[in-house]
Design a protein around this ligand. Structure first.
Ligand SMILES: [Zn+2]
Length: 219
């Protein structure tokens, strides 16, 4: 579920803070975002998890959107399509999957583009976590995607990466969906190889980002 009023308030608050807090650069390069225990206190959305995680989608999307919003506020003449910048420096084992996920999303939607670069709006990390892969926030307002080694060996790794990236673009988990749906995540089982969003998912992302940040924050 989306909560437009909460989002709008959060954006206003974030912009009201000015540029004192650097949201996108909160996590130090080369380090894990937090300990597993610390991450447990944060909202997160897993690849194969419970419905309780659903609310975490909004926290992550909010963090990414706030970072993007600050950049666009500083550059009002930015292109109509919103650019979301990521760093893959902390997930070297998944460079191929991240590049493929980026290619999939950028060829599936038109109103938002993923680009690798400096001063990222979110980061990919890799490691071992019993909860598997997930999208989360680092406790400092920054969004990140964690890719779990074991889960990425069990499931199609490009699908896992593209699924978690779907959270960046605002899509919630829907574990009961079929394999043809990207946001069904681990629901269809380890045999599911589809790493491409279906037409409904594409349309939803383009709807969310249609007027840049304005529509995303108004729902
Ligand atoms: Zn998910």
């Amino acid at each position: 579920m989306r909560h437009p009023k909460v989002l709008t308030r959060t954006l206003t608050a974030a912009l009201g803070l000015g540029l004192a807090v650097s949201l996108g650069a909160a996590a130090p390069a080369g380090a894990a975002p937090d300990t597993a225990a610390d991450r447990g206190a944060q909202a997160y959305a897993g690849y194969a998890g419970s419905a309780e995680e659903a609310k975490a989608n909004q926290a992550f999307f909010d963090a990414v959107m706030t970072s993007v919003a600050k950049k666009r506020a500083a550059n009002p003449s930015a292109a109509a399509a919103v650019t979301v910048v990521y760093s893959a420096a902390n997930a070297p084992s998944f460079r191929t999957q991240i590049a493929r996920s980026t290619q999939i999303w950028n060829s599936s939607v038109v109103n938002v583009r993923l680009v690798e670069g400096s001063n990222p709006d979110f980061r990919y990390y890799e490691g071992n976590d019993s909860r598997g892969s997930y999208a989360s926030t680092d406790g400092h307002g920054g969004g990140y995607i964690f890719l779990d080694y074991r889960q990425n060996q069990q499931y199609n790794s490009t699908r896992v990466t593209a699924h978690e990236t779907g959270h960046v673009l605002g899509l919630p988990d829907h574990y009961s969906g079929p394999c043809s749906e990207l946001m069904s995540g681990g629901g269809p089982g380890t045999s599911c190889q589809n790493a491409t969003p279906n037409s409904q998912e594409r349309a939803r992302v383009d709807q969310l980002w249609r007027y840049g940040l304005a529509s995303a924050f108004k729902g």
